[in-house]
Ligand binder design. Structure first.
Ligand SMILES: Cc1cc2nc3c(=O)[nH]c(=O)nc-3n(C[C@H](O)[C@H](O)[C@H](O)COP(=O)(O)OP(=O)(O)OC[C@H]3O[C@@H](n4cnc5c(N)ncnc54)[C@H](O)[C@@H]3O)c2cc1C
Length: 319
């Protein structure tokens, strides 16, 4: 029995071989993963990463994979799949405690039903609470960091709580340290009329429906908006006439130019990357703007990385 298998069996956690990133990410591309370990509770997740760290085995946390573009090679590390670590939502007055694997859209609905306001703008962001916390997900004037009172993290095999205001919450970026495993959070929301909260959620949903592709395989906005530009990245790419541009199995969405969508059963990450680099190159040449990736690029071989991708993505995890 391999060491990873032995650790997982000892802790009663599922460990699988034969999975691909194409099975685990919303872009539906990406190569084979050595091992996928799927804890179901915060305690299990804390214990497993402690054991992996002690054994010197590299691992990387993954939520719903809706902000990750993993390349087509073989990824020789453990993916900690947190999408089953859902737990139960606990509501105590205006405080809402939830595990990192819980769905963010689901939590937004729960909060609205309970008459709690503060995250209704986040309702259409796919993914888990952990993924949202990691990159301070946000939309339509709401960001998760603004309402995060406490975060539970894994430290030496234990679940430890840290204060939300000890974290820097920036535009799609936080100060969580590399290799930090987020286990759950307590959010502080505000009582409001459930009907009004629902109305605001519906409004945001309509805006998304009108401006973003649906039923397509994407990772949301591929690039961040440039800080010094008056117009957003989608508009910049659109004005260059790149909507509908294709590289093999990857296409610039005709609906929203900052979305790259993949098509076909054997879609390739390299097509999406090549298209993304073509966009960056043109924006650099024609607008003098250096686009920064919002999507995280996960490489099979981090030691051979080039300049592509955010520092977060390349330095992430204990690989
Ligand atoms: C159609 C569409 C629309 C989108 N719209 C928006 C939007 O409006 N605003 C926005 O902000 N994003 C948007 N996104 C991007 C994405 O949904 C968010 O970034 C989301 O928060 C990612 O959550 P996830 O669980 O899928 O994370 P993943 O993609 O699985 O992971 C993202 C990062 O978080 C890390 N991570 C995940 N869980 C944990 C954990 N428990 N502990 C430590 N690290 C962890 C991963 O290692 C990775 O670095 C959109 C995506 C799609 C497909």
């Amino acid at each position: 029995m391999e060491l990873i298998e032995e650790i997982a069996a000892r802790l009663g956690v599922r460990a699988e071989r034969g999975k691909r990133f194409a099975d685990l990410t919303s872009l539906r591309v990406g190569g084979a993963i050595d091992w996928v370990i799927t804890p179901e509770t915060e305690e299990e997740a804390a214990a497993i990463v402690n054991e992996l760290d002690k054994a010197g085995i590299g691992w990387r946390p993954l939520g719903s994979g809706s902000n990750v573009l993993a390349d087509d090679g073989d990824h020789h590390y453990v993916v900690l799949n947190l999408s089953n670590m859902k737990g139960e939502v606990h509501i105590d007055g205006e405080l809402v405690s939830v595990s990192a694997g819980y769905s963010l859209p689901r939590l937004c609905i729960d909060a609205a039903r309970a008459g709690l306001s503060g995250i209704e703008g986040l309702g259409g962001i796919p993914g888990t609470i952990g993924g949202a916390l990691w990159m301070n997900a946000g939309a339509y004037g709401h960001e998760i960091g603004t309402v995060t009172e406490k975060v539970r993290v894994a430290r030496e095999g234990k679940v430890v709580e840290i204060a939300g205001d000890s974290i820097e919450w920036n535009y799609r970026h936080t100060s969580f340290r590399e290799g930090e495993l987020l286990l759950g959070a307590t959010l502080r929301l505000k009582h409001d009329d459930p009907e009004q909260i629902k109305a605001r959620m519906d409004e945001v949903k309509q805006k998304r429906l009108a401006s973003q592709p649906h039923g397509s395989r994407s990772a949301g906005c591929f690039f961040k908006n440039p800080p010094a530009s008056a117009i957003g990245t989608g508009k910049i790419i659109d004005e260059m006439g790149m909507k509908g541009q294709r590289r093999g199995s990857a296409v610039v969405s005709p609906v929203h130019a900052n979305f790259i969508v993949t098509e076909g059963e054997n879609a390739r990450a390299e097509d999406a990357l090549a298209l993304a680099e073509e966009i960056r190159e043109r924006v650099r040449r024609e607008q003098g703007i250096e686009l920064e990736y919002e999507v995280e690029l996960w490489r099979a071989k981090p030691e051979n990385t080039d300049e592509r991708g955010s520092a977060d993505a390349d330095e992430r995890g204990s690989i």
